[in-house]
Design a protein around this ligand. Structure first.
Ligand SMILES: C[S@@+](CC[C@H](N)C(=O)[O-])C[C@H]1O[C@@H](n2cnc3c(N)ncnc32)[C@H](O)[C@@H]1O
Length: 333
């Protein structure tokens, strides 16, 4: 269910925790979107509100813009509601999965938007709250749902999926080369007792991997946790629908910026942007007719990375990759 709320309906309770979170590549995101948002009545959509860091900066830098901000996590909406309360009716916060953007805009009576931002993945709040089960560094229930009101938990995935399916998930979403070994150990262990907490899984992965595999790539549980999180939240299939939907919602002259945190996300974004920026004419036409002309112009050369200084200040920025594009033409069917 989707609930629209203005920012000042956030309610009381825990503070928004601004100090815990520094928005990633903030200045560059704002600069990329700026030419589209410096006009009265501009609408900018933050598809991943989180703790509201990017949203707050958008509202501050573009005083004539209205913000629509989405998150599938109700706790994120509550905390950001407090943070964005000073902006009153300039911000509309919506509990939704971001591939629902076209429906959300239709309900709000917004035909087209001028800017869209995605800051993908989990928020620092979700990582810091041990009981959400995203972090492998601390023992916690294996949940990992961004929206705790729906769907199945990571523990259910581990305890119920057939072995072949688990191997596929670890390989595809975690790029885990040792998927078979890990899954054999999981299946052996879950028959003794179902998984419910993360420490047992972390320990199992550590024991299942050969010495050489443990020496590279940080915590050996990292790839399995990423894979489970992507599966639990259907992250890639949602993103695959959401990026084209967002491009479709942008007005000519409007802009989109996407921050990805692993190669699977970035590859999807790159493909959608590249397809939009290509002309689709059959080869050999002397003049490319309008209907084959690209509808996007790329604003970043490849993916932009955070500076060394930013990574030194905010280690969560380290894997970030930013891509931007401008809508330059209507689609002609
Ligand atoms: C990295 S955080 C965003 C942080 C935010 N930019 C800030 O400055 O505070 C990503 C947020 O997106 C939300 N999210 C992830 N996937 C989503 C989806 N498919 N639909 C809606 N929200 C999603 C998560 O719940 C999380 O709160």
């Amino acid at each position: 269910m989707v609930r629209e709320a203005h920012a000042n309906e956030g309610g009381g309770g825990r503070q928004a925790g601004q100090s815990r979170h520094v928005p990633v590549m903030l200045q560059r995101c704002l600069d990329l979107l700026a030419p589209a948002l410096q006009r009265p009545g501009a609408v900018v959509v933050d598809c991943t509100l989180g703790l509201g860091g990017h949203s707050e900066a958008l509202l501050t830098r573009f005083p004539e813009a209205h913000l629509v901000a989405l998150d599938r996590d109700k706790e994120a909406l509550r905390l950001s509601g407090e943070r964005l309360a000073p902006f009153g009716e300039r911000a509309t916060l919506v509990h939704a999965v971001y591939d629902e953007l076209p429906d959300v805009l239709e309900r709000l009576g917004i035909a087209r938007v001028q800017g869209v931002l995605f800051d993908l993945g989990v928020s620092s709040m979700q990582l810091d709250e041990a009981d959400r089960g995203f972090a492998y560094a601390q023992d916690a229930p294996l949940d990992m749902r961004m929206d705790q009101t729906t769907g199945i938990s990571a523990a259910e995935v581990l305890n119920t999926y057939p072995p072949g399916e688990l191997v596929r998930i670890l390989r595809a979403y975690g790029e885990e080369k040792q998927a078979k070994r890990i899954v054999s150990a999981i299946v052996r262990e879950r028959e003794k007792e179902p998984f419910d907490h993360s420490a047992r899984l972390v320990e199992l992965i550590r024991n299942a991997l050969p010495q050489a595999a443990k020496r590279t790539g940080g915590n050996p549980a990292k790839r399995t946790f990423q894979a489970l999180r992507i599966e639990v939240n259907g992250e890639l299939s949602v993103l695959e629908r959401a990026i084209p939907a967002a491009v479709g919602a942008i007005d000519v002259g409007g802009r989109i910026a996407v921050l990805s945190y692993h190669s699977l996300e970035d590859r999807l974004v790159k493909q959608v942007f590249a397809a939009g920026a290509a002309n689709t004419a059959p080869p050999g036409l002397p003049v490319v007719p309008e209907r084959y002309q690209p509808r996007l112009k790329l604003l970043t050369r490849g993916a932009e990375l955070p500076t060394e200084e930013e990574v030194a200040e905010n280690r969560r920025a380290a894997p970030a990759r930013l891509r931007g594009a401008e809508r330059i033409r209507e689609s002609i069917e």
